[in-house]
Design a protein around this ligand. Structure first.
Ligand SMILES: Nc1ncnc2c1ncn2[C@@H]1O[C@H](COP(=O)(O)OP(=O)(O)OP(=O)(O)O)[C@@H](O)[C@H]1O
Length: 674
């Protein structure tokens, strides 16, 4: 649309520019007409204002007109052709269900094997073969009858040998593989090699090369060769962690794609032995099996996810978002942990889906960056309306971390380190002309101790706004909202909604709130009820308190009685950063580059010089010294105290050195603006 704002265009470009496997994300494609696009602009969580700033609608959708239009979306979204929910990519869903066939999770296409005595006997048939299925179907309780089994790798060690199978509706038996009319024998595990097409660079299937590994009734010739198997998943180009397939000692082969595909021809047993050496043994199968659960279906099969045609074991939920659940998953292939974000889009409205689309495009575009979480694969399963995203796994997020340390005295080094990393992450986003607009501690993930941005917040303000605000207030998001996000700046009567103008400074405010929380244990308005906070945040008359001594708050945010025991002097630099971020006037806020240059992160070097003239405090004459002291503000003195405490902890330093550093500290303080 010609009158689109540049930022909207940017986001749209990102999406269209995406080199993702478009087919796999076809559910996200617009199949609607132009008027829907217009509505989408209206209702997306972020659209752009004409001056290049982003317009957020965290509150705008309270409008009744918005509700009406929303209903239109809801109605349209249910039209099957819009999301093609009945098919998955280009292949029909061929899953066959019988009374004995209970998919563990329909989208995973993983089914349980027979009980041990049935020796993994499986049968397979085309959907149209239902009749023959009923004749041949193994009625043993707990047994399953499925179409098309494909072994994709071993998931355990030692006897009894087990293989993991996926029900792969679009996988066909390579014509050169002869069917075999007996139970699947897994004894040849050690001989099984990964087989992949020489033409394929993205579809690293593990296919048994033994004809005996295929069920008897799969029709030879009815299926294409392995390299014809369509790749449903959207795999980050070049590699979905090459190490999944190419072991470290084979890394050199990874540079050559075709070699990389051939590399896993190392026998499975050998590969797993190597894995065990490298990463320790995989989890014991017993610990994954809970026969009391789900009709005796082994828990390890319930908790298997297949993304990008790779098997993962779900180890538990690590987080929940507005419409997502995030699991910690384990790759038996390489013994590594990943995060799987499952997003349900069945109930999602049009703009929510747009939000996911944008989020994936942005994540993918930015995920090469150190401060942005890596997205390895995104895969849509239209049949159950679910989007799966495999990301790098983070041990915790900043919200949990701050929560853990909220009642402990602050550590300025901790604050400095994470503050800098947060700024670096947001700078990457801003450099792409994107305003996050929903920065909060939970959106910063700790990956091996390093902070990374995980969520671009595009989808979240889109569902039901009232719920969202309520939900957000519950988890504290409103506490990080900039004043301008709470002020209806621009009533657009044509669209019947109130638009809110947000820009990069809004992110700076949010960062300021996070920093404030790191220092004082709570965000600046967290002690207020939601309604009070909404009023106070934009209200100039409401003065934010910046105590000079940070004391960990008690549970109800009352000042701690242990001021002297736990209080830490905030210091002028840190104080200055917070104040300059938390300016209600956007124009007065510092920018991210300015914050990165701020003395808080770049203290004037205070390492002692070896100038003998000022080796100790006694160097300047006592008059000068006392003048220095009297000219100092309380906060500057506080800083000296803070430094002295730091120094006193380093008892190994000689006294002269400490004196010299203290002297430098005083001189530096003098240079600072008051
Ligand atoms: N890669 C990951 N590794 C570990 N934990 C993660 C990962 N991604 C997300 N989480 C956890 O899951 C939580 C929710 O994830 P995320 O914020 O991406 O979901 P969301 O649906 O966008 O949430 P919200 O609606 O709150 O924005 C995070 O706060 C974090 O604790």
């Amino acid at each position: 649309m010609s009158n689109r704002d540049p930022l909207v265009t940017n986001i749209a470009d990102l999406v269209s520019d995406s080199s993702f496997d478009e087919e796999s994300l076809s559910f996200l494609e617009d199949s609607e007409d132009q008027d829907l696009s217009l509505k989408n602009d209206t209702f997306s969580s972020k659209s752009a204002h004409s001056d290049g700033t982003v317009i957020s609608d965290n509150l705008r959708r309270r409008s009744s007109d918005a509700n009406t239009a929303e209903k239109t979306f809801q109605a349209r979204i249910k039209e099957p052709e819009l999301f093609n929910l009945t098919s998955y990519g280009t292949a029909p869903n061929r899953e066959v269900k019988s009374p004995a066939f209970q998919p563990i999770r329909s989208h995973e296409h993983i089914v349980t094997p027979m009980p041990a005595q049935n020796s993994m006997r499986m049968q397979s048939m085309e959907p149209q073969e239902n009749e023959s299925m009923s004749k041949t179907h193994n009625k043993t309780p707990g047994s399953l009858s499925v179409s098309r089994w494909r072994r994709i790798g071993r998931i355990g060690l030692g006897p009894p040998k087990r293989a993991e199978y996926t029900l792969s509706s679009d996988v066909k038996v390579p014509s050169e593989l002869k069917p075999m009319n007996h139970a699947i024998d897994d004894d040849n595990d050690n001989d099984v090699e990964m087989k992949s097409s020489e033409n394929s660079t993205t579809s690293p299937f593990v296919l048994p090369t033994q004809a005996s590994n295929f069920p008897s009734d799969i029709q030879a010739g009815s299926l294409p060769n392995a390299h014809d198997v369509p790749m449903r998943a959207t795999v980050n180009p070049a590699q979905f962690e090459e190490s999944l397939f190419v072991k470290p000692h084979l890394k050199e082969l990874a540079s050559d794609k075709s070699s990389a595909m051939k590399a896993p021809s190392v026998p499975l047993q050998h590969r797993f032995d190597q894995q065990e050496q490298l990463h320790g043994p995989p989890p014991k199968m017993n610990s994954l099996v809970d026969p009391s659960h789900n009709n005796g279906i082994p828990k390890f099969l319930q908790d298997v996810a297949t993304v990008a045609n790779l098997p993962f074991i779900k180890l538990g939920i690590v987080g929940k978002g507005g419409s997502s659940t995030v699991f910690r998953i384990y790759s038996p292939e390489n013994g590594r942990l990943y995060a799987l974000k499952e997003v349900s889009f069945l109930q999602a409205d049009y703009s929510t889906i747009q939000g996911y689309k944008n989020e994936i495009a942005l994540l993918r575009k930015l995920s090469g960056n150190d401060r942005i979480v890596k997205l390895y694969a995104a895969e849509a399963n239209n049949s159950i309306g679910q989007l799966n995203m495999v990301m790098e796994y983070g041990e915790t997020d900043l919200a949990k971390l701050l929560n853990k340390y909220a009642t402990k005295p602050i550590n300025l080094n901790f604050i400095r380190m994470y503050w800098e990393q947060m700024l670096q992450a947001v700078q990457i986003v801003h450099e792409q002309n994107i305003v996050h607009s929903d920065l909060k501690p939970a959106n910063f993930l700790l990956v091996e101790g390093s902070l990374k941005l995980i969520d671009f917040g595009i989808a979240k303000a889109i569902g039901n706004d009232t719920t969202n605000i309520h939900r957000d207030s519950h988890v504290g998001t409103i506490n990080y909202m900039a004043p301008e996000a709470l002020t209806d700046m621009n009533a657009n009567t044509n669209l019947g909604v109130k638009l809110v103008k947000l820009g990069r400074p809004s992110d700076v405010w949010s960062l300021g709130c996070i920093l404030y929380q790191m220092v004082y244990g709570r965000a600046p308005f967290a002690h207020l009820k939601m309604i009070q906070a909404i009023a106070a945040i934009p209200d100039e008359r409401h003065q934010i308190q910046f105590p000079e001594i940070a004391v960990p708050p008690s549970a109800n945010f009352e000042p701690s009685p242990n001021v002297h025991a736990h209080g830490v002097v905030v210091g002028p630099d840190l104080m200055d950063v917070m104040k300059r971020c938390l300016q209600r006037d956007q124009k007065k806020r510092l920018t991210i580059p300015e914050l990165l240059m701020h003395p808080f992160l770049n203290p004037v070097p205070s390492f002692p010089s070896h100038n003998p003239q000022r080796n100790s405090l006694s160097s300047p004459d006592s008059n000068t010294h006392s003048k220095l002291m009297t000219a100092m503000s309380a906060s500057q003195l506080s800083m000296i105290i803070e430094r002295s405490i730091e120094l006193s902890k380093r008892k190994s330093l000689p006294k002269e050195l400490i004196d010299s550093m203290a002297y430098d500290c005083i001189s530096n303080l003098q240079k600072m603006p008051r």
